[in-house]
Design a protein around this ligand. Structure first.
Ligand code: PMP
Length: 391
């Protein structure tokens, strides 16, 4: 056989080096040693009985975290985007109407995903940092008659915690499924899937759960399953097809499981551990801790003269805070300075908040008053050392 024409890369001769860093941006958050250690367990077959037991534990942990009895509850092998597509691709068929409530980038992305599969998509758009009223939503539901309404509960791009009360009732009045993105909010603020009438709910592993990115808990109500399993056409994605995933996760009541894809077993170990940590603390305690810590953070920011981007207090996300970019400064210089000097990640805006805000995420184990003090000190230092324009 001819010798290789591409030589082994010399960069791979150097050892892997990854720095320790304070991950206080909108995600991923720091992964504590206990969860990292869980992920370092040996790889065994993804269809071995021990893995099925771990998957079953994960399912119970997600049911607790989501406060749901839905048997169609599992984790997608992929990040939050994979769960978004799993939700949309399964519930929507080409030509159907979808309504996306846009209060930041995630509503825009959901709209694009639905568009790509040939749905007729309409949006209702909240002003940046604001949210939609139930009257806005009802008007759009009655006008567009969608099969699905998408709403981001925690809009990590704008820092908005969108109120949910009464929206499921409106959706169901118009025969529409209620799809909620809780990637940035789950575990940090109350959410009760069943009581709040949510039909499809998903989150990610890398925010409040403090697990590595790469798995995305998701759950479908009975109503959602009825629509999905009476589709005329197959979902466009084989990988995300709920029929296959339900079987792989043992959610379809069938006695045997078929090979669908190779589950990322080490990511499952970490996810299971992160759910165990949440269950040990208790959801209510986690919600209360995130709320108390963020309140302390917001007071600290305001006493420094900084302004919060979300004006209405009750609509501020307790996990990701958006701070109005300090007047006269270049936000990028601030985030770069803080990274360089304090080894700490905070980020700029995204989508409708790009250039307008700084974003700080204190999620899961990162949500503590000590970490707030660290961020406030870093911000104070940055404001002293970064350039302030004279205008
Ligand atoms: N939705 C929201 C609200 C998010 O904050 C994110 C991640 N920033 C996502 C969806 C997408 O998740 P991922 O980056 O894990 O694909």
């Amino acid at each position: 056989m001819a010798s290789v024409s591409v030589p082994p890369p010399t960069c791979l001769q150097k050892p892997l080096v990854v720095p320790q860093r304070y991950m206080f941006g909108p995600g991923p958050s720091n992964v504590p040693p206990r969860i990292l250690k869980a992920g370092a367990n040996p790889v065994i077959g993804h269809m071995h009985p021990e893995i099925f037991e771990i998957m079953s534990d994960i399912k119970s942990g997600i049911q607790y975290m989501f406060q749901t009895q839905n048997s169609m509850t599992f984790a997608v092998s992929g990040t939050g985007h994979a769960a978004m597509e799993c939700a949309i691709f399964n519930t929507v068929e080409g030509g159907e109407s979808v309504l996306s409530a846009v209060n930041g980038i995630w509503g825009e992305r959901a709209a694009e995903m639905a568009e790509r599969i040939g749905a007729t998509v309409n949006t209702i758009v909240a002003p940046p940092g604001g949210f939609l009223t139930n009257a806005d939503i009802e008007q759009a539901l009655s006008k567009h008659r969608p099969v699905v309404l998408f709403l981001a509960h925690g809009e990590s791009s704008t820092g908005v915690l969108h109120p949910l009360d009464g929206i499921a009732e409106l959706c169901h009045k118009y025969n529409c499924l209620f799809l909620v993105d809780s990637v940035a909010s789950m575990g940090g603020t109350p959410l009760h899937m069943d009581q709040q009438g949510i039909d499809i709910l998903y989150t990610g592993s890398q925010k409040v759960l403090n697990a590595p990115p790469g798995t995305a808990p998701i759950s479908f109500s009975e109503r959602a399953c009825q629509k999905i399993f009476s589709r005329r056409t197959k979902p466009v994605s084989f990988f995300l097809d709920l029929g296959w995933l339900a079987n792989y996760w043992g959610c379809d009541g069938k006695p045997s499981r078929q090979y669908h894809h190779t589950g990322p077993v080490t990511a499952f170990y970490s996810l299971r551990e992160s759910l165990a940590v949440l269950a040990e603390e208790g959801l209510e305690n986690s919600w209360e801790r995130h709320h108390k810590v963020v309140e302390y953070f917001h007071q600290g920011l305001e006493s420094m003269g900084l302004k919060l981007f979300v004006k209405e207090k009750k609509a501020r996300l307790p996990t990701v805070t958006t701070i109005v970019a300090p007047h006269g400064y270049d936000w990028k210089e601030i985030t770069t300075y803080i990274m360089k000097t304090h080894n700490l990640e905070i980020s700029g805006g995204l989508g409708p908040s790009a250039g307008l805000v700084l974003r700080v995420g204190l999620m899961g184990c990162n949500s503590s008053k000590d970490n707030v003090d660290m961020v406030l000190a870093a911000l104070r230092d940055a404001l002293q050392h970064c350039h302030k324009s004279k205008v």
